[in-house]
Design a protein around this ligand. Structure first.
Ligand code: PLP
Length: 377
């Protein structure tokens, strides 16, 4: 039996919406993007949403809105996709890492204060795997030191913790609609924010810094537009928005199925020697974006190989950012700097985990993992 690492959930309604855009003459950022933005803002209970082409670029836009650049430091985690730190680097600022909590892999907020200095401008928390960091504690701290919070909420569209959702306490939250996310357009992203001034700036910044985009010009007599500042080219297009807009309605359904699968995995591995996994905190509504297990770091790569030999799709979310070649060379980072991050990074394996997984596939994955672990022990 071959088990894919991921299968998307695009259905006929998504294909139809996409075809409607292809049958129109307006493919770029237009009314479909605006409809998606409104529906997404509504889903997230956020005043404003802006469609972009990725989460990485969304983070970069937010950093730039807050004037963060060379000479500044941004506190974040190294247990995340490279895009989080790359946005900080691309802004010209320096990522400063705080270690994670051993039970969840999320930022250890108690360790942040010792990293704050005069150069610190912002914190980028990542709601890892779909479980939110303690945003109440983080926002108390950030208020005290006048720091911005830009949430990397790629895993957390559906998450909440003590009634707090992404974007509620942070200054902005960024999302990705990359190929393997809970909803996808192949590529894409969004920012939600509370400030109208920020929203207006983001709408211009994503498209060169001009004050009228093509949709605002389309169908009207030609009008000159002005470039107010040097922007970027990070806009979402109507094709992406059409693919995404109906998936929003199915999020609760998708999440329910992932929760069922998570519980099957957790009960299968709970008493299994050699297999551990992150814990769900009692006050947390976990979006269940990724299901990861932790195995002996000395055997992790062998376990990966063995599972792939059995045609099971696997991934590693994530190797530690600070130990990639670029970051080692740029900052002289070394192993041992973030012991808990590194321990998780070296022991983690992501299992197939998506609503289309059949019962038989789930059983096959969990039995195979148990067998491989026994075989290698
Ligand atoms: C996917 C992901 C990103 C990057 O998203 P892109 O849209 O590919 O830029 C950043 N952070 C996390 C936690 C992610 O999972």
């Amino acid at each position: 039996m071959k088990v894919e690492f991921y299968k998307h959930n695009l259905d006929d309604s998504d294909k139809k919406a996409c075809m409607d855009v292809l049958d129109s003459y307006f493919l770029t950022t237009g009314s479909v993007v605006r409809d998606f933005e409104q529906k997404f803002a509504n889903y997230m209970d956020a005043p404003f949403a802006v469609g972009t082409n990725s989460c990485t670029n969304s983070l970069l836009l937010c950093l730039k809105y807050f004037g963060i650049g060379p000479g500044d430091e941004v506190i974040t985690t190294a247990l995340t996709f490279l895009g989080t730190s790359n946005a900080i680097e691309r802004a010209g600022a320096k990522p400063v890492y705080v270690d994670v909590l051993p039970a969840t892999g999320n930022l250890d907020i108690a360790q942040i204060e010792s990293k704050i200095n005069a150069r610190t401008k912002a914190i980028i928390p990542v709601h890892l795997y779909g479980q939110m960091v303690d945003m109440k504690a983080l926002s108390t701290l950030s208020n005290q030191y006048n720091l911005k919070i830009i949430e990397d909420a790629c895993h957390a569209i559906e998450s909440s913790r003590e009634g707090i959702r992404p974007g509620m306490l942070g200054d902005a939250a960024c999302f990705s609609f990359y190929a393997t996310k809970n909803i996808t357009a192949g590529e894409g992203g969004a920012v939600i924010c509370k400030s109208e001034a920020m929203y207006e700036w983001l709408c211009k910044a994503r498209i060169q810094g001009v004050n009228k985009n093509a949709a605002q010009r389309y169908g009207k007599l030609y009008q000159h537009y002005e470039q107010e500042f040097l922007g970027y080219k990070f806009n979402m297009n109507n094709i992406q928005a059409a693919l995404l807009i109906n998936q929003l309605d199915r999020l609760p359904l998708f999440m329910k199925r992932r929760e069922q699968i998570a519980q099957i995995y957790e009960s299968a591995f709970g008493a299994e020697p050699g297999i551990d996994f992150p814990r769900v905190l009692p006050d947390s509504l976990h979006a269940r974006h990724l299901f990861t297990v932790w195995v002996d770091p000395a055997k992790r790569d062998e376990v990966l190989d063995e599972l792939q030999k059995r045609q099971i799709g696997v991934a590693v979310n994530y190797r530690a950012t600070h130990l990639y070649q670029y970051y080692r060379e740029r900052y002289g980072f070394e192993g041992g700097m973030l012991p808990l991050t590194e321990r998780i990074a070296d022991s983690t394996i992501t299992l197939p985990f998506y609503p289309k997984l059949s019962e038989a596939e789930v059983q096959h994955v969990l039995q195979s993992l148990k067998e491989v672990i026994k075989q290698l022990s």
